[in-house]
Ligand binder design. Structure first.
Ligand SMILES: [Zn+2]
Length: 84
């Protein structure tokens, strides 16, 4: 199964609908198998949706990378049973 790190690497493109089919498959599969990343995906998706709804524009690169950093820090703080 894909690791949390692979999931996080693909998540940005996935949520931008820019992921290639194999990345999309990896992200969707990992969401189904890893409860932590399921929550990360949900939270990130909702955050982006709210942000875009208010701003009606593309998410700024520094915002996206800051968000990803925050997500990765949070994921790193948890014990990740699936990230072998
Ligand atoms: Zn995971």
């Amino acid at each position: 199964m894909p690791t949390c790190k692979e999931f996080l690497n693909g998540l940005g493109d996935y949520l931008d609908h820019a992921a290639d089919p194999s990345t999309r498959e990896l992200v969707e599969r990992h969401i189904r198998e890893c409860p932590n990343c399921h929550v990360v995906h949900d939270t990130t998706k909702n955050t982006i949706r709210v942000y875009r709804g208010e701003q009606a524009q593309e998410i700024a690169p520094q915002v996206a990378s800051g968000l990803l950093d925050a997500v990765q820090r949070r994921a790193a703080m948890r014990r990740k049973p699936c990230d072998q």
